[in-house]
Design a protein around this ligand. Structure first.
Ligand code: PXP
Length: 388
C-alpha cells in the first residue's frame, strides 16, 4: 500500500508541475498518530493525516525534499467505511491532502484558501485515479461548501408599473416578498431619467428592507447628494447612458482613478458602509480599482451571459475566474452580476471567490410566470363572485 501511495504521489507532483520534488509517507496506527498529534500539535486523540512540511516560514523548501506525511490506517479505514468509500481510494485522497499541506495549502481558517485547497485536491485525485474514485472526488468537491449571497434587483417590477404610470406593482412589496424568499439584499438602480425606480421607492425601501439595501447609481453630483441623504447600506457605482436599455459595460476606472477615488471617499465619509464598483472582468481595471478605496468589486457577467456558443462562453467564464482571483488577492469583496439567469448561473456560482450575486431581470421575469396561474385564479374568483 505504501508503495502504491508513493507512486501515486510522484504522479501527483508531476501533475502539479513539481516532478523534482520528493517526500516521505508513513502508514501508522491510531496509537502512533495520537502520540504525534499530542507531541507536535498539542491536540488529543488520533486523526487521519498529519503533514510535516519543510517550509521555512512563508517560503517553500529550497531542497527537493518537501517533508513527511503520516496517515493513520485505523482512522482511514473507519472513515472510509462511514463515508462508504473504497479504502484505497480514501487513503489516496488523504495522501493528496497531506501533499497539498506540504506545498503550503491550508484549510483551517476556512474561506477562499480552504475552498481552493479542496478544489485542487479533487482535481488532482480525478487525474490520478479516474476510475473508482468518483465518489471521493465528489465528496471533496462539496466539502468546502462556501455559502454565497443573493441580492435581488427589483428594478423591473417598477418597469411594469411605469409602463402605465400607476401605483402597482410596487417594488417595495416585491422587496418584502424577496426577503421572505431568502434574499440577502435588495438592489435598486435609480437612473438619471427615472425610467423605473423612483426616489420614493428608495426612501421607502430604506425604511423597510431588513437585509441590506444596495443603491446602484451613476457617479453624478445629483446621485451622490441623494445617496448621502438616504444612506443605503451599499452604493454600487455604475456607468449610465441615456440611450442604453440596461447597463451596458463596466465602469471605466482606469484613466479615471482619481475621480472615482474622490467619489468613493465622499460616500464613505458620508456614512455609506460599503462602496462597490461595477467593472468588467479585466485585471487592468481591477488594479485601477484597487487605488480607489472601494470595498467591493462587482464583476460584470454580461459578456458571459451573452456569449454565443460553448467556446466563447468558456472563454468568458475563464476571464471571470481569473478576475475573481485577482480581485480577491487585491483585497476586494467580490460580487458578480448582470444577465445571470436560471440557465447560466451554475458555472459562475461555482467560482469560490465570488461571494454575492446581484440578479434582477431573470428573477422578476420568473416571478411573473410562476405567479401567473394564481393571479388568473384570483381575477376569475372576483369576476364569478360579482356575476348577477
Ligand atoms: N448588477 C448591476 C451593476 C446592474 O446594473 C444590473 C442591472 O441593473 C444587475 C446587476 C442586474 O442585472 P440583471 O437585471 O440582468 O439580472
Amino acid at each position: 500500500m505504501k508503495k502504491y501511495l508513493q507512486k501515486k504521489l510522484s504522479e501527483a507532483l508531476e501533475i502539479l508541475g513539481l516532478p523534482e520534488k520528493t517526500l516521505e509517507i508513513y502508514l501508522v496506527d491510531d496509537k502512533t498518530i495520537a502520540g504525534i498529534n499530542r507531541q507536535y500539535l498539542g491536540r488529543s486523540g488520533p486523526t487521519n493525516v498529519i503533514s510535516f512540511s519543510y517550509w521555512e516560514g512563508r517560503r517553500p523548501p529550497r531542497s527537493p525534499f518537501l517533508g513527511e506525511i503520516f496517515i493513520s490506517q485505523d482512522t482511514a479505514r473507519r472513515e472510509a467505511e462511514s463515508y462508504g468509500f473504497p479504502y484505497q481510494a480514501y487513503l489516496l485522497a488523504l495522501a493528496v491532502h497531506g501533499l497539498l499541506h506540504l506545498l503550503g495549502h491550508e484549510h483551517e481558517r476556512g474561506g477562499v484558501a480552504a475552498a481552493r485547497m479542496a478544489a485542487l485536491e479533487a482535481q488532482v485525485l480525478e487525474k490520478l485515479a479516474p476510475r473508482g474514485h468518483k465518489k471521493v472526488v465528489k465528496f471533496l468537491q462539496r466539502r468546502e461548501y462556501m455559502p454565497a449571497k443573493l441580492a435581488v434587483n427589483v428594478d423591473h417590477v417598477a418597469t411594469v408599473r411605469e409602463a402605465r404610470k400607476v401605483h402597482y406593482p410596487d417594488p417595495v412589496h416585491a422587496a418584502v416578498l424577496a426577503e421572505l424568499g431568502g434574499a440577502h439584499g435588495i438592489v435598486v438602480h435609480l437612473r438619471g431619467d427615472r425610467r423605473h425606480i423612483q426616489e420614493r421607492d428608495v426612501r421607502l425601501l430604506r425604511e423597510i428592507v431588513k437585509t441590506k439595501l444596495v443603491l446602484e447609481m451613476a457617479a453624478t453630483e445629483e446621485m451622490i447628494q441623494f445617496a448621502l441623504e438616504v444612506r443605503p447600506d451599499q452604493v454600487t457605482l455604475v456607468p449610465e447612458k441615456r440611450t442604453e436599455i440596461t447597463t451596458e459595460g463596466g465602469l471605466a476606472v482606469k484613466g479615471h482613478t482619481k475621480k472615482v477615488a474622490q467619489v468613493v471617499e465622499r460616500l464613505k465619509e458620508g456614512g455609506i458602509l460599503k462602496v462597490s464598483l461595477f467593472i468588467n472582468p479585466d485585471p487592468e481595471e481591477l488594479k485601477a480599482a484597487a487605488r480607489t478605496g472601494a470595498d467591493v468589486v462587482e464583476l460584470h457577467t454580461g459578456h458571459y451571459a451573452e456569449a454565443r456558443g460553448e467556446e466563447e462562453r468558456e472563454k468568458e467564464l475563464a476571464r471571470l475566474e481569473e478576475a475573481a482571483r485577482v480581485a480577491r488577492d487585491l483585497g476586494f469583496e467580490v460580487h458578480a452580476g448582470h444577465g445571470l439567469s436560471y440557465e447560466n448561473i451554475e458555472p459562475v456560482a461555482a467560482i469560490p471567490e465570488i461571494i454575492e450575486f446581484s440578479i434582477g431581470h431573470a428573477i422578476v421575469g420568473r416571478a411573473l410566470l410562476v405567479g401567473m396561474a394564481e393571479a388568473v385564479r384570483e381575477m376569475l374568483r372576483l369576476i364569478e363572485k360579482a356575476r348577477p
